[in-house]
Design a protein around this ligand. Structure first.
Ligand SMILES: Nc1ncnc2c1ncn2[C@@H]1O[C@H](COP(=O)(O)OP(=O)(O)O)[C@@H](O)[C@H]1O
Ligand SMILES: [Mg+2]
Length: 407
């Protein structure tokens, strides 16, 4: 951009660090040439979706793998390629990408798919944001799917957050049950919980035939390749030589996580910019790693269900108000009961609370240890908060229902 003296001097017009920061946004969909080390996985997704190119029924597919292994990216990328190929033969494929962390009820999901697929000019149908019962949203969805598509691919990301899996059964059986007659629906379910299928209801388990795929973590060299292909997010020559290898090594420490690698690189650039430094260096990367981990921790808690937050709040209060830092399930449960009464949530059973504590344990937010020798497993466990209670509390109080507890 040439300097333009007419511009308002209050603002900055040329980014000193980034040539195109969007390349490092997590939701950015890179072109196929920038996708590294996922050829086999792409091939498998392509095989499942292949029939869609001819307007036929694709296979349903579940994809598992840890955070940042490219599950969402590969699903979206292959789906778009299917859409493009189908178009050449005059076949209309549409796709709806649903984040079940944000939309986890049956009605919300059915409504959203309908709104994405619907072309009001063609159908004369409107799908209002509210006011219809779930059954009516389904009816309109079936009409829109039939009228506007040959194949609809529904990607349910973070599918383990679904409140009720009935939607899977209805979507997968729509053709068989003659809800739709002119078109087909294919489902891609994505989760970082490999045991998610155990959690499905018997009805769904038996009715939903599907392929399953597991995405392995990346190794440090693959992470280097992934970042190298996005180097042009920065102005040329601005990264010191150690930046990409160090970022990759740090992101590979727990498991090879491309999301973490990209987040660290972007945050390193932002820090350099904020500090008015002319190059991005190793020290920016180290600081960016800290920031990335803190951000992710907040997100992790914020994205948890309200009941889990209430339980975590109980443990946080206990930790704050006691000299001990380990608490038995029973003690946490008593504190939890007081909290849910105050905020008007229905209390869960002690057994369920125990299970949620174990899940939180899994998420590295708390650590649980079994008391005594083997007896009674969960009921005698003790739990300890792993993060600073001030930070945890601050994040929890952002929840609309829990916010009152801060007063
Ligand atoms: N193989 C890859 N090549 C290029 N970029 C990748 C690759 N895998 C993941 N990414 C990038 O890393 C980030 C996280 O990937 P994502 O698909 O969201 O992971 P997941 O859904 O498994 O958590 C995204 O920005 C994505 O573009
Ligand atoms: Mg994802």
């Amino acid at each position: 951009m040439s300097p333009d003296t007419d511009r308002d001097p209050l603002f900055q017009y040329n980014d000193p660090i980034f040539a195109d920061e969007r390349l490092l946004e997590i939701t950015h969909l890179p072109e196929p040439g920038r996708i590294v080390g996922r050829d086999d996985e792409m091939q498998s997704v392509a095989e499942a979706l292949n029939p869609a190119i001819f307007g036929s029924q694709p296979s349903h597919l579940f994809i598992f793998g840890k955070t940042g292994t490219g599950k969402s990216l590969i699903s979206r990328s292959v789906t778009q390629r299917v859409i493009r190929e189908a178009e050449r033969d005059g076949v209309e494929v549409k796709y709806a990408f649903i984040d079940c962390g944000e939309q986890n009820t049956e009605a919300a999901i059915v409504k959203t798919i309908g709104q994405i697929v619907n072309e009001p000019d063609r159908t004369g149908i409107t799908i209002p944001d509210r006011g219809l019962g779930t059954g009516d949203y389904y009816k309109r969805l079936w009409q829109c799917v039939d009228a506007c598509t040959d194949v609809t691919i529904v990607i349910l990301d973070e599918i383990d957050m679904l409140e009720d899996d009935e939607v899977l059964r209805k979507l997968s059986r729509a053709g068989e049950n003659r809800r739709i007659s002119e078109s087909n629906i294919g489902i891609i379910g994505i989760s970082n919980k490999i045991d998610y299928p155990d959690q499905l209801s018997e009805r769904v388990k038996s009715s939903l035939s599907r392929d399953e795929l597991v995405f392995p973590p990346y190794d440090a060299n693959q992470l280097i390749d992934i970042l190298e292909k996005r180097r042009d997010a920065f102005h040329e020559g601005l990264l010191t030589d150690d930046v990409i290898p160090l970022t990759s090594a740090l992101a590979a420490q727990e498991h090879g996580d491309a999301r973490k690698a990209i987040d660290i690189l972007r945050n390193a650039g932002r820090l350099a910019k904020k500090q008015n430094d002319s190059r991005v260096t190793e020290s920016h990367v180290r600081d960016a790693k800290e920031k990335t981990e803190a951000d992710r921790f907040s997100e992790l808690i914020e994205g948890s269900p309200q009941q889990a937050k209430a339980i975590l709040f109980a443990l946080t209060l206990l930790t704050e108000n006691s000299s001990s830092d380990e608490f038995p399930t029973k003690v946490i449960y008593n504190q939890y009961q007081q909290i849910v009464t105050r905020v008007g949530l229905d209390p869960l059973s002690e057994r369920r609370v125990q299970e949620i504590l174990q899940e939180q344990n899994f998420l590295n937010v708390i650590q649980s240890e079994r008391e005594g020798r083997g007896r009674g497993k969960g009921a005698h466990a003790k739990h300890r908060l792993l993060e600073d209670p001030d930070i945890v509390k601050k994040v929890l109080l952002r929840d609309s229902r829990l916010s009152g507890l801060g007063k």
